[in-house]
Design a protein around this ligand. Sequence first.
Ligand code: C6P
Length: 408
Amino acid sequence: MSFDINQIRADFPNLRQEVHGKPLVYLDNAATTHKPQAVIDAVSRFYGEYNANVHRALYQHAAEATEAYEAVRDKVANLINAGDRRSIVFTGGTTESINLVAYAWARKNLGPGDEILVTEMEHHSNLVPWQLVARDTGATLRCIPIKTDGTLDLDDSDKYFTSRTKLVAFTHQSNVFGTINPAKEIIELAHAVGAVTVVDAAQSVPHLPVDVTDLDCDFLAFSGHKMLGPTGVGVLYGKPELLESMSPFFGGGEMIQTVTMEKSTWNELPWKFEAGTPKIAQVIGLGAAIDYLNEIGYEAIGEYEKKLTDYTLERLAAVEGMSIHGQAAKRGPVISFNLADVHPHDLAQFLDMEGVAIRAGHHCAQPIMQRLGVPATSRASMYIYNTSEEIDRLVQSIENTRRFMTGN
Ligand code: C6P
């Protein structure tokens, strides 16, 4: 399909909303994206036409629901080029996926003297779970610092990747700077010292083709709601041999093979990690989101987002008193900034009155704020349905706010 922005926008009912009497300009896509009608319809069709639990019953709708649910596993495996559908575990989101690895792999395999390596640009979801693992196992948490341009300082990699490094967890794309990290290089460095790798792909899978076979990552996590899918569903990819070696994280229905009063045995992969009634409607909605993205194609998405990001950077840079954080050459459509003499929260509130939705705060990445020496930043994050006209409205609203707040 060619990239027809008008057609794409027409697919998203939320983009037709007005806020405070103004057409909505939604620029908080790194937090969550809107949903195309196809995703809303897929969820609605499940509930309205063949609602049933999966993997359990033999009647018609149960079979249809199971088939629809399991078909999405294949779609996800294709999307990230995982050779084996057993490596795809459905979770509640990126945060749950990372915690699954922290509980079911790291707590069993790490101890005093071992090191967990993260980066200074992690979202709290890929930092706090490792702090907890370090606390509980006696392992040490270490960190690759960021440079002033918002990229990772990998110059002295020998300092960080050592024989003690047992796990390396890093974000593929920063939710603050937009930086796309050199994932393959980091994974090679990790594997060279025998460490297991965890890629936080929450911000990359929505925008880039991600190939787990080429990356050779051990685990990779992402969320459905940041890629046009429903909330409450995410994916953990794990190499099957690692997932096999792990004990279940949650116990309950579905994840067992046999249960006696004394003991239980576990179901096969991936169901060993999907205890209880799974996120059936959400997974089906995620499948529709993947179909939608595939129809447009990642190449067209990447080209469009690059043009829009370049335009936004250029327009924002021309605003008086503007500081943009992060100048990575390889970046996604996420731009954080501060405007002199205007607190990010005030800016976000003024913009809201103009119908422009951005995020202001620490973006669940407080170490970055500490590094930048600011309590908060403003952040505009774009997706496939945003336009240069919307960026003009963003910039005009920022200009209006600046004039109002500073009086010049
Ligand atoms: N970042 C943002 O506005 P969940 O909440 O589990 O779907 O995703 C967590 C998460 C993990 N890693 C990265 C890099 C992320 O950006 C996020 C979510 C949102 O930046 C909400 S704080």
